[in-house]
Design a protein around this ligand. Structure first.
Ligand code: AMP
Ligand code: TRP
Length: 337
């Protein structure tokens, strides 16, 4: 007998623009995994509220992200695609998990330290509790695997600790999830400060490639990308972080090994090499952008996707909240009839 496919849950915050780092570090892996696993892919819209949002822009952006998920190849028939805010179970479980989380554990989260520095005027309790909501996201779907970039590893560790703690006191409530961190390209670096992660919330637009950047803009951004002293193209993450990042990108975009690319571009200068990287990225993104524009214009289709996703996601998530609430001793509503 074959065992049933394992569950996967992942999501991206609907803030900023979806960027090449998101595609390489997350979306492209989701696409690869969708045939093998039972996948739940989420618009992490509640997570964005930790930073002040313009309500109108947030709503449009959620539709943009949904259309981009599909344009990147996430099949809404094979997977459950949904908005976090449409499934109340997320906040219901997050509250219970908060009561199992120590302040010290949240204080150690590097993303919290980082974000509270960047948003010093608004260090709200949501920002602090963000990893607990993320743990709820994952545990609600009995996820065995969670594909994320390297920067989310610490949040996954906390999720595992919380699940283990609850299971220890209350029996087998949660599946203990494993991070799935892709081996190559897990961390695409900023084009302007190549020792820093390429981030969709970076104030400097030159530092990232947005999935919807036009071809002209993409080429310009690569031409302006900060590179290192010298003129030879070879991989050395310490001495040549800029060139190494571009080599990683080109290698992923063209499916060629770094060593083959070093051989091809070693001499001939940075200019030729940067243009090649830009062109490879454009070739990859143009078909995605074409699909995106078709989907984004079809409001009826996007609405149907969200309705269908909310229903399917809730079916699964509600069973886990009930499991947890029952175990904690709360009166089951079903016992009242
Ligand atoms: P974020 O954009 O930080 O909300 O991240 C959404 C997803 O994309 C997470 O799985 C991240 O780890 C991944 N991700 C974001 N930026 C990068 C990057 N520069 N390189 C690789 N993965 C990334
Ligand atoms: N915190 C993740 C990020 O910033 C987004 C996210 C929210 C997520 N909930 C999740 C990722 C659950 C994986 C699983 O990228």
């Amino acid at each position: 007998m074959t065992s049933p496919p394992k569950n996967i849950l992942s999501g991206i915050q609907t803030s900023g623009h979806l960027i090449l780092g998101n595609y390489i570090g997350a979306l492209s892996h989701w696409v690869r995994m969708q045939d093998e696993y039972n996948c739940y892919f989420m618009l992490a819209d509640l997570h964005t509220l930790t930073v002040t949002q313009d309500p109108k822009a947030l709503r449009e952006r959620c539709y943009d992200f949904l259309a981009l998920y599909v344009a990147c190849g996430i099949d809404p028939e094979k997977n459950v695609l949904f908005a976090q805010s449409h499934v109340p179970a997320h906040t219901q479980l997050a509250w219970a998990l908060c009561c199992f989380t120590q302040l010290g554990e949240l204080n150690r989260m590097t993303q919290f330290k980082d974000k509270s520095q960047r948003h010093a005027a608004n260090i709200n309790a949501g920002l602090f509790n963000y990893p607990v909501l993320m743990a709820a996201d994952i545990l609600l779907y009995d996820a065995h695997l969670v594909p994320v970039g390297e920067d989310q590893r610490q949040h996954l560790e906390l999720t595992r600790d919380l699940a283990t703690r609850v299971n220890h006191y209350h029996g087998d409530i949660f599946v203990i999830p494993e991070p799935y961190i892709p081996p190559s390209g897990a961390r695409i670096m900023s084009l302007q400060e190549p020792t820093k992660k390429m981030s969709k919330s970076d104030a400097n637009e030159q530092s990232y490639i947005a999935l919807l950047d036009t071809s002209d803009v993409i080429l310009k951004k690569f031409k302006r990308a900060v590179t290192d002293s010298g003129s030879e193209v070879y991989y050395d993450a310490v001495e040549k972080p800029g060139i190494s990042n571009l080599l990683t990108l080109l290698s992923i975009m063209t499916n060629s090994s770094i060593s083959a690319l070093e051989e091809e571009y070693r001499t001939g200068g940075y200019g030729r090499f940067k243009t090649a990287v830009g062109e490879a990225v454009i070739e990859h993104l143009v078909p995605i952008q074409q699909r995106y524009h078709e989907i984004r214009e079809d409001a009826g289709y996007l609405t149907r996707l969200l309705q269908q996703g909310a229903q399917k996601a809730s079916e699964q998530a509600d069973t886990v909240v009930k499991r947890m609430y029952n175990a904690l001793g709360l009166i089951p509503q079903s016992s009242l009839s």
